[in-house]
Design a binder for this molecule. Sequence first.
Ligand SMILES: C[S@@+](CC[C@H](N)C(=O)[O-])C[C@H]1O[C@@H](n2cnc3c(N)ncnc32)[C@H](O)[C@@H]1O
Length: 272
Amino acid sequence: MTITATDFDLVRAFVYKQSAIVLDSGKEYLVDARLTTLARSCGLAGVSEVIRELRSGRNAAIEAKIIDAMTTNETSFLRDIRPFDTLRELVMPELIERRGTTRSLRIWSAACSTGQEPYTVAMLLDTHFPELRSWNVKIVATDLSTEALATARSGRYSQIEANRGLPAPWLVKYFERSGMGWQIKSELRQRVDFQPLNLIRQWSLVGKMDLILCRNVLIYFDVETKREIVNRLEQQLAPDGFVFLGSAESMVGVSDKFARIPSDRSGCLRKV
Ligand SMILES: C[S@@+](CC[C@H](N)C(=O)[O-])C[C@H]1O[C@@H](n2cnc3c(N)ncnc32)[C@H](O)[C@@H]1O
């Protein structure tokens, strides 16, 4: 490991300011490994050169790449499965009934990483709720990471990524072969609108959401940041809308404006 304590503190403060991601002491190895990879990809000699560029305050490209490198983009199709059972069995039937007159639905995947989450929602809706094809359904998917968003927009996944969670019938129906991997068919790809959005900055979203998936991202923030984001999620959500958090996340100590659905253990919440 080459990163010094002073350099680690500099990176930690920079990443926190730009993304609210908390890099606790003990994460020196992670930062060192990710910045070493970044240095290589940018043709820089090593971590100290990356830090020198950061310290100069004049290399916006490196700054963006450092933030990208510090995000954890772990995701998969139908991740944790249970939330998508709840979505199919409980949330969608209720929303379809309530929105029967407007025939309009707005769904937001708030930290979509490389796109598997919003594409899962799009495939689930297409498979189980074909009546929605004549509705105005908008799926907005946002993330801070430019690289993750580029993959999401491309809709191209490796064999390994496709093997993680994607049921064979969905692979056959919604993907086509692309070299050694798979490409989401354009008809499905067009149903998801990918946009850059930093959860700690202003949200350029229009209108209330009926469903928000904010899964496996709050874990990277401290409690004040969680409270602030959850407050804004509450304002962005329709009064009868639903929110999904990750399976290891909860609103305990963060907000009393949401309650879990009785006997449901999928991370699904609604306003109290
Ligand atoms: C572990 S992934 C979760 C992906 C997906 N929601 C899931 O559960 O599978 C976390 C994502 O949060 C994004 N992220 C981290 N900080 C963020 C911020 N301040 N604003 C928006 N997205 C952020 C990262 O770029 C990363 O793609």
